[in-house]
Design a protein around this ligand. Structure first.
Ligand SMILES: *Cc1c(COP(=O)(O)O)cnc(C)c1O
Length: 806
C-alpha cells in the first residue's frame, strides 16, 4: 500500500491537472507525457514566481548592491529536479504525480539539457548562479539564448559527428519572454566629433530582447534571474521588397539577426576567429550593460554611484569589450569626463581568467575590430595610452610595455582582450591557487608588476545540491543518517565523516550505494552502447572535453599497455577494470577527433578479445553532457584528472568525483593540488611532472623519442597503435598521432607514462584492500566540502564585490 498522500500533495495534484487543462490545453486522457512535463513545470513555477517577486522587492527595499555575472556560456543541464528540490517540494511533487500515475524520475528524463556551454567554464557559471541564489545575493546572469546550443555528438563508425541540438523544440516552460526589455545594438558606421561630444553612428542596428529564467536557491531562500538575449531585426520583413517579389531578400535582416543567436561556438579554450563570434560577444555585452545602467538609474538615480550598487563579473574575456562599452556609455551618453568614467568602470568591473594557453587568449585583428566597433577602438587607444604612461612612470622596459599594451604589435596587429579586461577591472582572479600563481609569473607578469594588488585567487567550486544531493540521493541519505543534516546547508560540515571513516558498517553502506549506482549506470550504458559491464569491476572514468592537454591519449596508451600485460601475464591477480571515456571534441580539432576514434578502436578490439576475459572493458559514452555526468559520477570508483601540469586552470570535474566518493588519480595541476591538500596524501594517487618540471623540461629541450625507446611497455603500446593493430581497416590511421609523440610530445605523454602506469598499479593494490579503499572514499567525501561553490561565491562576495551574503 502506498502511503496516503498528504493534503499538500493532493492540492498540488489538483493544480497540475488544472494547469494541464487550462494552460497546456489537454485533458488527462489525451495528454502526452510531454504535456504532463509542461504542466508539472508550470505548476511548480507558480510557487517559484512568488519567491521571485518577493526577492526583487526585498532587494529594492534594501537598496542593495546587485551582482551581474556576464558569461557567453551557461551549461545548465536540466532544471526540474533542481527547482523542486531547492523549493523543498520533492516529496510533495513525487506524490502529486503518483496520484496521476506518473513517476517523477521518468518525467524528469523528458527535459532536454540546456547545453549553452562547452564545458567547465559554462558549468561554473551555472553552479555560480545557483550558489548566488542560495547565499541570498541579488544577482543576474547575462548571456545568449542560443537556439541550438552545444552540438549533440553522435558516434558513427567511431567518428564524432556533430548534430544541432534542438532543446527548444517543445518550447521551454521555464522562460519568460520579455519583449519589453529590448535594446538597440550597433555595428560599424562612423564616429562624429561634435564639439566636445562624440557620437557613434552605427551603420547596422539589431535589437536585443530578453528571456528570463528564474534561478532558485537552496531552500528557496532567493530566486534570481538568468537573462538571456535573443536578436531581432528592426524591420522583421521589408514589405516593399517582399511585394516587389524579392521574398528572401525581404527577410535578410531577420536572418542576419537570427544568425547571431543561432549557435554556441563549439570551441573550448581556443578562440573562434569568426567575425560572427565578435559580433555575438558585443551583442550580449552591450545589451547587458544597457540593461544594467538603465536599472541602476531607475533605482538609484545617478550613474556616478554605479560602483557602489553594481558589481559586474566577466567570466573570461568573452565579455571583455564591456570595459570599452561601459566607458562609451558613461562618456558619450552620460557626459562623464574620461578619467572619472575610467575610475567608475574599474570600480564596477572584475575579470576572471580561465586559461594560460597562449593560443586560447582571445585577440581580434585590429582592422576587424575597428570596422565593427570604431568608437570602442578609440576608447581602447585612450586606455592604452594611460596604462603605457603608468608603465613609463614606473620605469618599466620596452619589453614590459609591449607585454602590457592592449595592442599586440607582433605581425598582424591585434586587440588583446585579456589585457583590456585586466586594465579595466579592479580585480583579476584565477580559478585555483596554482593557476593564479602562474598568471602572475607568465601571461600577466608585466601587468602584475604594474598593478600588483589586482590579481587574486578564487578556487572554483561546484554546487553540492546538484553534484551530491540530486545526483546521488542514496549517498546523501547515508550521510544524513551518519552525521545529521548540517551538511545540507554547509558542505564543510561533511568533515564530521572523518571520525567515522574507519566505521566498517558505514564503509559497507557506502560501498553498497556505489555498487547500486554502478549497476544503474551499467544498465544505461548497455542501452546506449550495447556493451555489457561488470558492476564489480573498478569503474575508471575520464569524462571531460577531449583535448590534448587533458591527455585522454595518456590514458589510452596506458590502457593498451595494460591489455598487453594482462595477455602476457594472465596468471597475475589483475583487478577487473572498466575504462569509461566521454567528451566532445571541437569540430575543427583534428587530433581530438582522432583520439575519440582511437578510443572506439581500442574498445572494439579489447572488448571482443576473449583472452582478457572480463578483466578489461573500454567504453566511449557518446554525447557527454550534464545529465550524463550526473549518472556517471556517482558510479565512478576512480577519477582521471591527468592533465599536463600547468595546463588545467582548475578543473571542476575533479571536485564532483571526490564529493561522490571516487579516488583521484591525477597530476599536481589546477585544483588537484588543493584537493590533495584537503583529502590528504594517503587518499589520493598523484603522479607525474610538476608544473615547474614541465616548464624546465620544455626549456632544456625535451627528447620524447629517447624516453619512448627507453620504456619497453610504452614503446610496445605506441608501436601497436602506430602500426595499425587497432585499426586493421586503415593501418596508417594513427601513424601521424604517434609520430607526434616521438617528434615533440608537447603534452609530455611520454615523460609521464612510467609514473602514470606505476600509479595505476598502486591503484590496483589499493583495490585489493576493500576496507582501505572505502576508508579513502569516505575521507574524500568528508574533505571536499570546501569545494562547494557556496564557499567560492562567498569569497567573491567578500573580496571582489563587497556584498554580504545573508
Ligand atoms: C563539470 C563538467 C565539466 C568540466 O569537467 P573538467 O573535468 O573539469 O574538465 C565539463 N562538462 C560537463 C558536462 C560537466 O558537468
Amino acid at each position: 500500500m502506498p502511503p496516503t498522500p498528504d493534503p499538500k500533495a493532493e492540492a498540488l495534484a489538483a493544480r497540475i491537472a488544472d494547469v494541464l487543462r487550462h494552460r497546456v490545453g489537454k485533458d488527462e486522457r489525451s495528454a502526452k507525457r510531454h504535456d504532463w512535463f509542461t504542466a508539472a513545470v508550470l505548476a511548480l513555477r507558480d510557487d517559484v514566481i512568488d519567491r521571485w517577486m518577493e526577492s526583487t522587492q526585498r532587494t529594492h527595499a534594501a537598496g542593495a548592491k546587485r551582482v551581474y555575472y556576464l558569461s557567453l556560456e551557461f551549461l545548465i543541464g536540466r532544471l526540474l529536479r533542481d527547482a523542486i528540490s531547492n523549493m523543498g517540494m520533492l516529496r510533495e511533487m513525487e506524490q502529486a504525480l503518483r496520484l496521476h500515475g506518473i513517476d517523477l524520475g521518468d518525467l524528469a528524463e523528458l527535459e532536454p539539457d540546456a547545453a549553452l556551454g562547452n564545458g567547465g567554464l559554462g558549468r561554473l557559471a551555472a553552479c555560480f548562479m545557483e550558489s548566488l541564489a542560495s547565499l541570498d545575493i541579488p544577482a543576474y546572469g547575462y548571456g545568449i539564448r542560443y537556439v541550438n546550443g552545444m552540438f549533440r555528438q553522435r558516434i558513427d563508425d567511431g567518428w564524432q559527428v556533430e548534430l544541432p541540438e534542438t532543446w527548444l523544440a517543445h518550447g521551454n516552460p521555464w522562460e519568460f519572454d520579455r519583449r519589453e526589455s529590448c535594446y538597440r545594438i550597433g555595428y560599424g558606421g562612423e564616429v562624429i566629433a561634435n564639439g566636445d561630444a562624440v557620437e557613434w553612428r552605427p551603420s547596422e542596428l539589431v535589437e536585443a530582447s530578453a528571456f528570463d529564467t528564474p534561478v532558485v536557491g537552496w531552500r528557496g531562500r532567493r530566486v534570481n534571474t538568468l537573462r538571456l538575449w535573443t536578436a531581432h531585426a528592426l524591420d522583421p520583413i521589408r514589405l516593399d521588397a517582399f511585394n516587389a517579389g524579392d521574398h528572401f531578400g525581404a527577410l535578410a535582416d531577420q536572418l542576419r539577426a537570427d544568425s547571431l543567436v543561432r549557435v554556441l561556438y563549439p570551441a573550448d579554450s581556443s578562440p573562434a576567429g569568426q567575425e560572427l563570434r565578435l559580433r555575438q560577444e558585443y551583442f550580449f555585452t552591450a545589451a547587458s550593460l544597457q540593461d544594467i545602467v538603465r536599472r541602476h538609474i531607475q533605482y538609484h538615480g545617478d550613474v556616478r554611484s554605479l560602483a557602489q550598487k553594481v558589481a559586474i563579473q566577466l567570466n573570461d574575456t568573452h565579455p571583455a569589450v564591456a570595459v570599452a562599452e561601459l566607458m562609451r556609455l558613461l562618456v558619450d551618453d552620460h557626459g562623464l569626463e574620461f578619467d572619472e568614467a575610467f575610475a567608475l568602470t574599474q570600480g564596477t568591473i572584475a575579470y576572471t581568467n580561465h586559461t594560460l594557453l597562449p593560443e586560447a587568449l582571445e585577440s581580434w585583428p585590429l582592422p576587424l575590430f575597428e570596422r565593427l566597433l570604431p568608437r570602442h577602438m578609440q576608447i581602447i587607444y585612450a586606455i592604452n595610452s594611460r596604462i603605457l604612461r603608468d608603465a613609463r612612470r614606473q620605469g618599466m622596459s620596452d619589453a614590459d610595455a609591449a607585454a602590457i599594451s592592449l595592442i599586440d604589435e607582433h605581425g598582424e596587429r591585434r586587440v588583446r582582450m585579456a589585457n583590456l579586461a585586466f586594465a579595466g577591472a579592479h580585480s583579476v582572479n584565477g580559478v585555483a591557487a596554482l593557476h593564479t600563481d602562474l598568471m602572475k609569473s607568465t601571461v600577466f607578469s608585466a601587468l602584475h608588476r604594474l598593478y600588483p594588488a589586482r590579481i587574486n585567487n578564487k578556487t572554483n567550486g561546484v554546487t553540492p545540491r546538484r553534484w551530491l544531493q540530486q545526483c546521488n540521493p542514496a549517498l546523501t541519505g547515508i550521510i544524513r543518517d551518519a552525521i545529521g543534516d548540517a551538511f545540507l546547508d554547509d558542505a564543510e560540515a561533511l568533515s564530521a565523516l572523518n571520525a567515522l571513516a574507519g566505521d566498517a558498517a558505514l564503509g559497507e553502506r557506502v560501498a553498497e550505494v556505489k555498487r547500486a549506482n554502478k549497476v544503474a549506470l551499467a544498465a544505461h550504458l548497455k542501452e546506449l552502447t550495447g556493451i555489457r559491464l561488470n558492476p564489480d569491476a573498478l569503474f575508471d572514468v575520464q569524462i571531460k572535453r577531449i583535448h590534448e592537454y587533458k591527455r585522454q591519449l595518456l590514458n589510452l596508451v596506458e590502457t593498451v599497455a595494460l591489455y598487453d600485460q594482462i595477455r602476457s601475464h594472465p596468471e597475475r591477480d589483475w583487478v577487473p577494470r572498466v575504462k569509461i571515456f566521454g567528451g566532445k571534441a571541437a569540430s575543427s580539432y583534428h587530433n581530438a577527433k582522432l583520439i575519440i576514434k582511437l578510443a572506439g578502436d581500442i574498445a572494439r578490439r579489447i572488448n571482443s578479445d576473449p583472452s582478457v576475459g572480463g578483466l578489461l572493458k573500454v567504453v566511449f559514452v557518446p554525447n557527454y553532457n550534464v545529465s550524463l555526468a550526473e549518472r556517471i559520477i556517482p558510479a565512478a570508483d576512480l577519477s582521471e584528472q591527468i592533465s599536463t601540469a600547468g595546463m588545467e586552470a582548475s578543473g571542476t570535474g575533479n571536485m564532483k568525483f571526490a564529493l561522490n566518493g571516487a579516488l583521484t588519480i591525477g597530476t599536481l595541476d589546477g585544483a588537484n593540488v588543493e584537493i590533495k591538500d584537503r583529502v590528504g596524501d594517503e587518499h589520493i594517487v598523484i603522479f607525474g611532472l610538476t608544473a615547474d618540471e614541465v616548464a624546465q623540461r620544455r626549456a632544456e629541450g625535451y627528447n620524447p623519442r629517447a624516453i619512448i625507446e627507453g620504456s619497453r611497455e610504452l614503446q610496445q603500446a605506441v608501436e601497436a597503435i602506430a602500426s595499425g593493430v587497432f585499426s586493421p581497416d586503415d593501418p596508417g590511421r594513427y601513424r601521424g598521432l604517434m609520430d607526434g609523440l616521438y617528434a615533440h610530445d608537447w603534452f609530455m605523454v611520454a615523460a609521464d607514462f612510467d609514473s602514470y602506469a606505476a600509479a595505476q598499479r598502486a591503484v590496483d593494490a589499493r583495490w585489493h584492500d576493500p576496507a582501505g579503499w572505502r576508508r579513502s572514499a569516505i575521507h574524500n567525501i568528508a574533505n571536499v566540502g570546501w569545494f562547494s561553490s557556496d564557499r567560492t561565491i562567498g569569497e567573491y562576495a567578500r573580496d571582489i564585490w563587497q556584498v554580504t551574503p545573508t
